[in-house]
Design a binder for this molecule. Sequence first.
Ligand SMILES: C[S@@+](CC[C@H](N)C(=O)[O-])C[C@H]1O[C@@H](n2cnc3c(N)ncnc32)[C@H](O)[C@@H]1O
Length: 287
Amino acid sequence: MSNDIVIEAWNTVLFEKFSRFKYLFIEGYASISEEVLSRRQYEKGAKVLDVGCGFGDCTLQIARSLGNDGTAIGVDCASNFIQECEKSASQEGVDNAKFFVADVENDDLGGPYDEAFARFGTMFFNLPGLAMKNIRQSLRPGGKFTQVVWRKREDNPWLHAAELCVREIVPVISHDETDAVHCGPGPFSMAGADMMSDMLQSVGFERVQFERFDSDICIGRNIEEAIQFALEIGPAGEIIRLAGEEGERLKGQVFEALQDVIGQYVRDDGTIWAPSSAWFITAFNPA
Ligand SMILES: C[S@@+](CC[C@H](N)C(=O)[O-])C[C@H]1O[C@@H](n2cnc3c(N)ncnc32)[C@H](O)[C@@H]1O
């Protein structure tokens, strides 16, 4: 099945939006990846695949931890993200970080890898089972896959409360009703632990384990930035974008309504921190 629409979205509109808020994605999510990577220390010399690597900040962090004999390899379907990754690796002098463009659902991922990792890089697959199988087949026997995905929307109010607020104001157009490119299933598609465990086992992974990790994350250096972030990113941003001209017209009204939603997360120094909740999911390729 072709993934062209989703790949085009990540290479164009979503790449532009992510670039505008790059600081928040890198700094805002850093505490989550620091935590998961501190719990999963990779062996020196290992070969690790970073799935849906985005700007590659996790790939670089993993590469640094592996020593000169190890390699971290970031893969993403969007060539624009991969170009950014290559620039960062070169600027930061991380020679053992490599990157390539591939659709994780359909393309050869190389390997065998000792480990695979993904921070929020797997939730947008159209055919997640196919992608999980491909990742497993790229691992060596006994290789481990660790992925971070968002838990249920109610425990991630920075995305969900903004979505509810937008739904009250902007007409919702589903992916089927538009020709516009879209991001795929969305950030909460892997929130269900039972569903994820069944899916991973159905494609041959074993010893599936879940760790819940709750933390406050920075969603803006001030309230305007946090509201802009909510207007552009996640389900709220997708509803507005897919509503086209009507969405643009209603943006001002949504901005006002979001003042109350986001206002409750302002800290004394003016920065905005909201509760978030993620799963760290570990699964093994059979030995
Ligand atoms: C939410 S971003 C996460 C990026 C990064 N891991 C992070 O934590 O900041 C999801 C990433 O998955 C990539 N992606 C989506 N579908 C993909 C696919 N089928 N194959 C490879 N990458 C994909 C997107 O291009 C995007 O960079």
